[in-house]
Design a protein around this ligand. Sequence first.
Ligand code: HEM
Length: 405
Amino acid sequence: MEEHNRRNALKIGGVLGALGALSAAGSAHARPLWTWSPGGSVAGTGAGVDPRWVWDPEADDLVASLLDRGEVPRVNELLRTWTTNSQPLPDGLPSDLRDFLEQARALPSWADQAKLDQAYDFTERRGLYLGLLYGMASGMMSTVIPKEARAVYHSYGGANMKDRISKTAKLGYDIGTRNAYRPDGEMIVTCVKTRLVHAGVRHLLPQSPHWNRVAPEDVPISQADIMVTWHSLATTVRQNLVEWQVPIPPVDSEAYLHSWQVTAHMLGVDDEYIPASWDEADAQAKQVLDPVLEPTPEGNNLAQILMNIGPDNGAFSEPLIGAFTRYVLGDRIADWLLIPREPVYDPMLRTFWPPFIAARELGVHFPGAPETYWMFDEFLRQAVLLYLSEGERISIEIPQGNRPS
Ligand code: HEM
């Protein structure tokens, strides 16, 4: 039962958190110069070019060409059967795509399977918190990352958020599985397919008059944008766990970071932009994430959808989601998202959440009002109900158009 809850909580975390991943970065104009040093990256060195002007040229040229050649429907169909990391590519793929995939599926030389195994161990022990934070912190934060929100809203998937969310959730789920990056896992395939999707979006969104009207950039999803979203996931989750005083031994902390470092690489981010430590990650996030947060009409629309995503009963109700969002992201962001103040839940979370976590960590029975603690526990558990695609095969596919209107 616990395992079931954990898996599902991770899924919903994946759902909303990856939705976060769907969206990225505020007014480019307002963003300060890039001064984060490649010396703090997993590469340890680099040219230090501002990643706002770096995309993914290899994947971008390839997918643009596939779209121009009209080959995307056939490619999507063929790739539907490619699901596990070590599985040979399906026959019949265009040779340029095949060459790209063979090279893109290779893990970086610095990937460390022992750390990835440890990351799973950590995820298993902390699954409920991670799921909740991917959803409530990362997922909701994505809606105030303007470039991400606009890209998500105006791309094809923006018109069908449920489908979109389930696809995005796949990445949030796969990263937490035991064999994520092992031969029988699915995370490599998920990342590489996502890389193709992002390349498709880079080609297609600039053709959308709606996106062009509102976007400050000419081409979406730069490497800086991907790192912004990365921080809204990994860095934000880790910062919240620290704030909640959830004990994270260094070996877990490093392993969790590592699984996200490998993920960034597999999504096409250059190693010189991937932080080598949490200190470096915090410093980079301060520079690229914090200053871009801002409300947009698109983001507020997405936030509304997220708030209403669960069944309208039980503990996982819109008011509690709203209160939790306010609790983890603060008044400024909650007010941007027009989340109403909750006279009961807001003070309840402020008062009882810290002792709830402390008691959970100590494995003791909760002192004080048992109903409140039961509700928190139920809130964690009911996250499971939000994810609707249990058992369904989800296929991440290259888009062929934008949101029609
Ligand atoms: C699609 C993950 C960064 C915009 C996806 C998908 C995943 C994903 C799993 C596939 C879902 C689908 O096909 O619907 C991530 C992760 C990121 C990241 C893990 C960073 C760590 C970004 C950024 C942007 C973005 C920075 C925009 C600025 C999009 C869009 C789509 C998409 C528009 C969907 C295209 C469509 O189907 O209409 N992303 N993403 N993503 N992503 Fe990302």
